[in-house]
Design a protein around this ligand. Structure first.
Ligand code: ASP
Ligand code: MG
Length: 471
């Protein structure tokens, strides 16, 4: 059995938790089948990635070198503290302290450089945030060694995660699966447990990149697909994938089985449970992913895989993007709606603004688009600029509303089942909630709509109830 397991977030918040994770890995490694091969992927210690991001930006702005040193000392202490809490063995601890010292002093050099330059490029940002994972992996590997497991740690690049140079959102390059196999499989053959830094990769030239926030999931599935793992287990602090956010819908339940497509729809639509691209690598090889519960390791969690017919549901889960804004754009009489749409999407793409939903009214040459609220201002600026280029104005007018939420209802059984949309909107009607915008892709795995922000939770609860989700 070949298994890739990923740990991140709160699971690796401090030494006590890292120790518990290492004990869990040891138990899994040693129970049952003796030929079990494990690859472990770890993210940074809880919140460290955020801290690195925020401080790198602040230091570039303020340029205070003493501040940079203070911050590095804080990071060093946090990791040394975690290591000494997790590991009793003095020799392993001593080596680890040296390693932490070396890495944090590299980090200090980079941060001082940023103070002096007064700017933070995407490339240097990736380099700096990579220290989160590059400090965490040696600690987890050291803890495993202190428990008698032959573990070693690898950076993303060392594990064969070779990417393009799209810093902050890098993609695996063609052929890198071969690199991953070549790096990982020989270690498994020696019965070693590789502990790989999640989230980070490297270009062919050896420059560090990152795969996007939450990217450790993605690292795990990339490795799992490349080495033909039997399963990939993503350990979380939740029961698994839930039918809704329990903070919003109190009777939300764990979804025991979810298809690849549903999980993708959910993660693209704001459910923070998975990195949006994490599913892609495993679909073709049909490798099951399990979202497992750290606080109840025996539980099956949620299984993400090819959907068997009998578990298909028209509406399985509901998710919200609370902070949404919509922009309604009316084209000028001179231009066709496709021309308007082309120009608008080009302008947004150039600003790297993702569109959550689109809908087009056939009459008045209008298109409505939903974007994250934090991106509204940039989106509007980009749209305004469209009329200033070209000869005749493309856009007649536009309005926006930033006090809305987007709701997505996901279920593979929706395809070809009549009446699902009817039920969704009649649930809203009964609650007296008016719908501002609607969209359903022709794949029919998702119905999404926009409502006033103040109505969003009620809308989610009503639909959850109507479809008996989680039951
Ligand atoms: N540490 C990275 C982040 O916070 C990657 C991850 O957590 O998966 O985004
Ligand atoms: Mg993290």
């Amino acid at each position: 059995m070949r298994l890739v397991m990923k740990f991140g977030g709160v699971a690796v918040a401090d030494g006590r938790r890292i120790r518990a994770v290492a004990e869990l890995i040891k138990r899994i490694k040693e129970e049952g089948n003796k030929n079990k091969e494990l690859v472990v992927v770890t993210s940074a210690l809880f919140k460290v990635t955020d801290m690195l991001h925020e401080n790198a930006m602040r230091l570039a702005r303020e340029g205070d070198i003493d501040d940079a040193k203070e911050f590095v000392a804080e990071i060093r202490e946090r990791h040394e503290g975690a290591a000494s809490e997790a590991i009793a063995d003095e020799q392993i601890l001593g080596e680890l302290r040296e390693e932490i010292k070396r890495r944090t002093s590299d980090m200090e050099k980079a941060l001082i450089g940023i103070c002096l330059l007064g700017e933070l490029t995407a490339r240097s940002c990736d380099y700096i945030v990579s220290f989160g994972e590059r400090l965490a992996a040696p600690i987890l590997a050291g803890t495993l060694r202190s428990l008698g497991i032959d573990a070693c740690h690898l950076s993303g690049g060392e594990a064969g995660i070779i990417t393009n140079d799209e810093y902050g959102n890098a993609q695996l390059i063609k052929g890198a699966e071969g690199d991953i196999r070549a790096r990982i499989v020989p270690l498994l053959a020696q019965n070693k447990v590789p502990v790989v830094c999640g989230y980070i990769g490297e270009t062919r030239r050896g420059i560090i990149t990152t795969l996007g926030r939450g990217g450790s999931d993605y690292t795990a599935t990339l490795i799992g697909a490349a080495i033909d793992a039997d399963e990939i287990w993503l350990w979380k602090e939740t029961e698994g994938i839930m039918s809704a956010d329990p903070k919003i819908v109190p009777n939300a339940r764990k979804v025991p089985y979810i298809s690849y497509i549903e999980a993708m729809e959910l993660s693209y639509f704001g459910a923070s449970i998975l990195h949006p691209r994490a599913i892609e690598p495993v679909i073709e090889k049909d490798i099951p992913i399990r979202v497992k519960n750290l606080t109840n390791p025996e539980d099956e969690g949620t299984l993400i895989g090819k959907e068997p017919e009998h578990t298909k549901k028209a509406a399985k889960a509901i998710t919200l993007i609370e902070d949404t804004a919509i922009i309604n754009i009316a084209g000028s009489g001179m231009s066709s709606i496709s021309e308007v749409a082309a120009r608008v999407f080009n302008a947004l793409a150039a600003e790297k603004i993702d569109v959550i939903m689109v809908s087009q009214g056939s009459s008045e040459r209008t298109i409505s688009i939903a974007v994250e609220r934090t991106k509204l201002h940039r989106a509007i600026e980009a749209i305004k600029r469209i009329n200033t280029t070209g000869t005749s104005p493309i856009i007649r007018e536009f309005t926006s509303n930033s006090n809305v939420s987007a709701v997505g209802v996901v279920g593979a059984g929706m395809a070809g089942t009549p009446g699902v949309a009817g039920k969704v909107f009649s649930a809203l009607g009964k609650e007296g909630i008016s719908v501002i915008m609607i969209s359903q892709g022709s794949s029919e795995y998702n119905i999404s709509f926009v409502v006033e922000r103040g109505d969003a939770y009620r809308a989610a609860r009503a639909i959850h109830e109507m479809f008996e989700m989680g039951r």
